[in-house]
Design a protein around this ligand. Structure first.
Ligand SMILES: [Zn+2]
Length: 397
């Protein structure tokens, strides 16, 4: 299976110049090809494919205006045309929106090199058009004997350089276990587990947030186009980067642990983006965190021979008593804890996690296997139905 290993590196001046130029050409070629495809469609109702854009690229390099495209490695330019092809394929399959232009400010700068455009020998990675290998910080070892098939170089808005190496690796499955767990995207915590455990967001988040607000205010005061403004922008970007890094790190640890400890992980197929749009649902978990965690759980489960089941988000997980099965008609969001008529006191989120687990196991026992239904669910109203009058259960405020 293919796995990407990402490292930071520190380019020399010559390397930085070469890479910045390559990023520029990549963006240029992508946008120009996108424009050509769009024009062909609107004026002649004709679809242009990858091969045609590739031929166009060859033509552009021969013109006086665009001959600078021939000065950087041709591979990242070809790769970006492949990505554009992929973006159109997703669009035609109705999986994505129409491809958009890449902007220097808003899009991530990156360049992808395939095997013909780099050498990897004795742990040294050298890219095409470069004399020296990259100065990579090997923060974790690449698997023994790994030969990367694709190398992606990128630079984030905080000015940090990264290289990602895609390699074919063999991952040994975890030994099977009997443990199963239900996970609920909690209201008061990041996650609630059916085991009764609640997982919170990393504690330092609030402090960093305060620093971010301060840095953003400072940025707003700076004159447009000034050197100080650029410095302030970098600072904001650095804090942002630190927040995303920490969040990702936290989610990695969490997903690794859940996958290691459990054979089956049942999650709710929430459409969080829509839920965040509703202000009454002040969830501790952000849209980005939840979908990131979900994808981590899914790919790690595949690596280690585990199973992730997503239950339909219309399943009323927070309204059912996990002990006796009676259903409340409503469960307002401010209710954190409630007592069922069977006498059991429930923590709202833990109870939901238990119900999610039970629903997932029931489905997997039927052999159906609930498939995530992202597309169809996106079109329905994103709210969980939690606002109808009470018939059973005494909410405990
Ligand atoms: Zn009950």
């Amino acid at each position: 299976m293919k796995r990407a290993y990402k490292y930071r590196f520190y380019p020399t001046e010559q390397q930085e110049r070469e890479l910045v130029r390559t990023f520029g050409c990549v963006r240029f070629v992508y946008n120009k090809a996108l424009e050509a495809r769009t024009t062909a469609w609107y004026t002649e109702q004709r679809r242009i494919n990858y091969n045609e854009t590739s031929a166009m690229l060859t033509g552009w390099k021969k013109t006086d205006d665009l001959k600078f495209l021939g000065e950087v490695s041709s591979v990242p330019l070809q790769q970006t045309l492949r990505h554009l092809q992929g973006a159109f394929a997703s669009f035609f399959d109705k999986r994505a929106r129409y491809p958009r232009f890449k902007s220097r400010k808003k899009s991530r700068s990156s360049a992808e090199y395939t095997r013909s455009a780099f050498t990897f020998r004795d742990g040294q990675l050298t890219l095409a058009k470069m004399a020296d290998p990259l100065n990579i910080v090997w923060s974790r070892p690449l698997p023994e004997g790994a030969q990367p098939s694709t190398v992606t170089v990128s630079c984030d808005s905080a000015g940090r350089w990264f290289v990602s190496l895609l390699t074919e690796t063999v991952v040994a499955h975890h030994p099977p276990t009997e443990s199963v767990v239900g996970v609920d995207a909690g209201i008061t915590s990041l996650l609630a587990l059916s085991t009764g455990e609640k997982i919170t967001n990393p504690g330092h988040q609030r402090r960093v947030q305060a620093r971010l607000v301060k840095a953003q205010r400072a940025l707003a005061r700076k004159t447009k186009g000034s050197v100080n403004r650029e410095k302030a922008r970098r600072k904001v970007a650095r804090i942002h980067a630190r927040i995303t890094d920490r969040r990702r790190d936290h989610l990695h640890k969490l997903s690794t642990r859940l996958v290691r400890e459990n054979q089956t992980i049942v999650i709710e197929d929430l459409h969080v983006a829509g839920m965040l749009g509703n202000r009454s649902l002040a969830r501790a978990i952000s849209d980005a965190s939840w979908s990131q965690l979900r994808s981590m759980l899914e790919y790690k489960a595949a690596w280690y021979g585990r199973e992730v089941i997503a239950v339909d988000r219309w399943f009323p997980s927070s309204k059912i008593c996990s002990a006796c099965g009676s259903v409340n008609d409503t469960m307002p969001l401010h209710v954190r804890e409630w007592v069922c008529r069977c006498g059991v006191t429930h923590d709202r989120d833990i109870n939901a996690a238990r119900n999610i687990l039970a629903a997932g196991l029931a489905v997997s026992a039927c052999g159906g296997g609930v498939r995530p239904t992202r597309q169809s669910s996106a079109r329905r109203s994103p709210m969980k139905q939690e606002t109808r009058p009470v018939k059973v259960g005494i909410p405990h405020l």
